[in-house]
Design a protein around this ligand. Structure first.
Ligand code: 5AD
Ligand code: SF4
Ligand code: FES
Length: 359
């Protein structure tokens, strides 16, 4: 055995802790992330899959995502739809168009709609409220929003309109890196948004990117521990992928798929009862098949893209995004097939948080 391999005692202790929903230490997390010995990696993946099955079950919950506007007031350094990217056709769907797209999801077995956009101020408190109310009135879908930073009062109003869940990533727990990459944002303000949403009783999702320039493996351990500390209902993570029309275009180094899958697996060990999606970035070129692997290494949620075909090209936060050439219900059918061949089932009902003690 090489010096870097994990001891049997370490593995047994880790297993016993995570199956009792006990946290791991920063050092333990770093050891897991660094282990590359095939025997150890296979053990880690298997444990993550068992923890997922034990706490979340075998059903994969579907969240149909509609990327309804690519206007954004912000200039995050990593993002392809940042305000200063002029090489992009901007679009904004109408409320009617979004509602129609949401209605099409239900017959496909999708029980949650995720409404995502840049921070588009045209979709202000009231217009977004109207959109939420209409979807709640015209469908049985659970509604998840992913619209960025707003004040507590707005989140509260959207909750009262019928919002079930909200996604807003903290992106990195390294304050210096956060500051360097977010000219418009403040780390404490971001965490405050997350805490406000939790406090308002909205099921809250957050998460981070893997491999942002300037971050270390210890930062990733902190990111994973912060997810646990925030008691998140959902955790979305994925690799950082440099976009050619952003200030980070020259970043050559990209985290490998295997490393990202280890991060995902450890995220599951430390957060056994959170919903964790196999995010689209796991499938970004050239990593075909990454989402499928993610579902076998801790993830229990899949987000078929339901954005109308004509807009998909213009909603690429990173290049090489999967499903840009597909359209209509194609992703929904593909998703059913993906889950089928894994021998898993599609989740029935809304797939709310299982952290029931909060309700
Ligand atoms: N690579 C990977 N993920 C990205 N996101 C934004 N830009 C990129 C990129 N270049 C992620 C951010 C954001 C989410 C919606 O997309 O984490 O919160
Ligand atoms: Fe806008 Fe979000 Fe992209 Fe930042 S990450 S530029 S807030 S869409
Ligand atoms: Fe979009 Fe397969 S999930 S085509």
């Amino acid at each position: 055995m090489s010096e870097d391999s994990l001891s049997e005692i370490f593995k047994a202790e880790t297993e016993s802790k995570v199956l009792r929903n006990q946290s791991l230490s920063e050092d333990e997390i770093v050891s897991l992330l660094m282990s590359e010995e095939p025997r150890d990696v296979n053990w880690l993946y298997d444990l993550a899959d068992r923890v997922r099955a034990r706490f979340m079950g075998d059903a994969v919950f579907l969240r149909g995502i509609i990327e309804f506007s690519n206007y954004c007031r912000k200039n995050c350094f990593y993002c392809g739809i940042r305000r200063d990217n002029r090489r992009l056709k901007r679009y904004r769907m109408t409320v009617d168009e979004i509602v129609r797209t949401a209605i099409e999801m239900e017959p496909l077995g999708i029980t949650t709609v995720v409404l995502q956009s840049g921070e588009d101020m045209r979709f202000n408190r009231d217009l977004t409220g109207e959109l939420i109310r209409r979807i709640k009135a015209e469908t049985d879908l659970a509604v998840t929003l992913s619209l960025g930073e707003r004040n507590r009062e707005t989140y509260e109003y959207w909750r009262d309109c019928g919002t079930d869940r909200y996604l807003i990533r903290f992106e990195t727990s390294n304050r210096d890196v956060f500051r360097a990459l977010h000219p418009d944002d403040d780390y404490d303000k971001r965490l405050n948004c997350i805490r406000n949403l939790k406090d308002l009783g909205v099921q809250t999702g957050s998460g981070f990117m893997i491999g942002l320039p300037g971050t270390t493996i210890e930062d990733i351990a902190h990111d994973i521990l912060l997810c646990r500390e925030l008691n998140l209902d959902m955790i979305g993570i994925g690799p950082f992928i440099p976009h050619p029309d952003t200030p980070l275009s020259q970043v050559g180094k990209r985290p490998g798929l295997e490393f990202c899958l280890r991060v995902l697996a450890v995220t599951r060990l430390v957060n056994p009862d959170a919903h964790i999606p196999a995010t689209t970035a796991f499938d970004a070129h050239p990593h075909k098949g990454g989402r499928q692997l993610a579902l076998q290494r801790g993830a229990n949620v899949f987000m078929p893209n339901m954005t109308p075909q004509k807009y998909r090209q213009s909603y690429q936060l990173y290049p090489g995004k999967a499903c840009v050439d597909e359209g209509g219900a194609q992703c929904a059918y593909c998703t059913q097939w993906r889950i089928d061949i894994l021998g898993r089932t599609i989740g029935e009902g809304p797939g709310h948080t299982i952290k029931l003690q909060k309700f």
